[in-house]
Design a protein around this ligand. Structure first.
Ligand SMILES: C[S@@+](CC[C@H](N)C(=O)[O-])C[C@H]1O[C@@H](n2cnc3c(N)ncnc32)[C@H](O)[C@@H]1O
Length: 467
């Protein structure tokens, strides 16, 4: 990352969240090869870091004079730099204070011309501010979680970036080569210059951990012909395609005639707000003597399901294991309508403060469950092995670890064919085109996103399904 940032003959780097100075030590190591001095500029909000760097003797004290204990958001735009290298703090939107969020939103409004979606985390603003801090011809290396190109705000953000800056390269990693082992995020590195945008860029995926191979790629100006395909996949991509597919994903040039939306509608499963209370095991059902009409079969955890079918036997097996699989499903606002046994259970919940927990308290009637019809198909997400479509033969109402898939045609034959189609390896792989990827090759897919799942026409014809 430092090699790229200083390859425009720069004599300095700026790291707006320098931490213990990993990029600074890399810059100092590079001086010999570059045959020039690199001075260090940086900020970090943590006031103890500069002393810690001094104590650990990581850097020469004379190199630390341009480091300041400051919030980057407050000092950004005071000065421009020729080379910026960033591993930003990863602070999700709900941990940013309201005041700070407002400042960030106004900043985006001023420079991008619109407010970013409220779900954008601090790292998104770090990217924007880092770009705005580049001199003309300045270079930025930015390592971040790949949700930056997959989240709801991604499209607007990248449209703005690619209109004003030149993306030189994008680097991604397989689980085997991740720069953050053991962390549940999928890292991506952007190499961007403040110059006129180009129609293509170099894109690569590291298959194994190999520093030398990576350095070669950077030093050859991201030459895709110089990489070893066993260690790194590398392509020249069109910006248009990259923007459409998402920079974290492999190039997609194939146009698909069908998506899942042609065959089904998706909704998330039920969010109870408090699974410990609303999801009961057989013992609790018997103990409180809750009548059957107030319970529906449910499934809460992916791990409770083996295989691609859920039927009576699956439910009996869960009872035998003492797993909770009964959802308290109340459809009245009036507690007086309910039998004594159910009221006893609700009172027991109130004693435990269930009605005060956030999502539950936000409901008009705390014990009234959101409504769903049992979906003929469930989709279980997160985790490469557990992502699959499941035939719901037991009329289960799943919780929100699953998606409900409602086929557009309810005949038995149609449902069976659709499940056969959707569970084909080629289609499950397409989940990565629409979902958000996490560490260890897991993927999370929201209802609207799964409806965009590409379905190859050839496979549709093979199973004989007519949309
Ligand atoms: C992921 S670390 C990066 C450290 C270093 N650059 C590295 O790669 O090792 C993020 C750093 O951001 C700092 N930080 C958090 N919020 C900040 C802010 N608003 N302005 C500047 N630094 C911040 C944290 O103190 C932390 O040291």
């Amino acid at each position: 990352m430092v090699t790229y940032a200083v390859s425009n003959k720069s004599d300095h780097i700026f790291d707006p969240a320098h931490g213990m100075g990993a990029f600074f030590t890399a810059a100092k190591r590079l001086e010999k090869t570059l045959k020039r001095e690199i001075s260090l500029f940086g900020s970090d909000i943590d006031s103890e870091l500069i002393d810690q760097i001094k104590e650990a003797e990581i850097l020469d004290p004379k190199d630390l004079k341009n480091l300041q204990t400051k919030d980057f958001v407050e000092i950004a735009l005071e000065k421009k730099y020729k080379s910026i290298v960033v591993n930003p703090p990863y602070i999700r939107h709900h941990r940013i204070s309201q005041d700070k969020k407002q400042t960030l939103k106004s900043l985006a409004q001023k420079h991008l011309g619109y407010e970013l979606d409220g779900r954008a985390g601090l790292h998104i603003y770090f990217l924007i501010l880092s770009l705005l801090s580049l001199e003309k011809g300045g270079r930025l290396s930015f390592i971040v979680s790949s949700d930056i190109c997959e989240g709801v705000f991604a499209n607007d953000l990248w449209q703005w970036i690619t209109k004003h800056y030149r993306i030189d390269a994008v680097l991604t990693f397989t689980g085997n080569a991740t720069p953050f082992p053991g962390v549940d995020t999928n890292a991506i590195i952007f190499f961007i210059e403040n110059s006129k945008p180009k129609a293509t860029f170099s894109w690569a995926k590291c298959l194994v951990e190999d520093r030398a191979e990576l350095l070669k790629w950077v030093r050859t100006n991201f030459d895709i012909n110089k990489t070893n395909p066993e260690k790194m996949l590398s392509f020249e991509r069109s910006l248009k395609e990259g923007l459409k597919t998402g920079f974290s994903r492999l190039p997609q040039t194939e146009e698909h005639k069908y998506t899942l939306a042609d065959f089904a509608v998706a909704m998330r499963g039920i969010a109870t707000g408090n699974n410990d209370f609303f999801l009961l095991d057989l013992k609790t059902v018997e103990q409180f003597n809750i009548p059957e009409e107030y319970l529906v079969p449910t499934i809460g955890r992916t791990r409770d399901l083996v295989g691609n079918v859920i039927d009576e036997k699956t439910l009996q097996a869960l009872d035998a294991k003492g797993r909770p699989r009964y959802l308290l499903y109340i459809d009245t606002d009036n507690i007086a309508d309910l039998p004594r046994s159910v009221r006893n259970y609700l009172e027991h919940g109130e004693e435990k403060g269930v009605n005060k927990t956030s999502l539950v308290a936000a409901r008009r009637t705390w014990f009234k469950m959101e409504k769903r019809n049992p979906p003929p198909i469930l989709f279980s997400y997160l985790g490469r092995r557990s992502s699959r479509f499941i035939h719901n033969k037991a009329q289960v109402l799943p919780l929100n670890g699953f998606l409900c898939i409602y086929p557009k045609n309810n005949s038995k034959a149609y449902i069976a064919k659709l499940i056969e189609l959707l569970n084909q390896e080629e289609i499950l792989k397409n989940l990565f085109l629409v979902g958000k990827s996490y560490g260890s090759d897991a993927v999370k897919v929201e209802p609207r996103a799964i409806e965009r799942l590409p379905i190859p026409e050839r496979l549709v014809q093979q199973v004989g399904l007519i949309p």
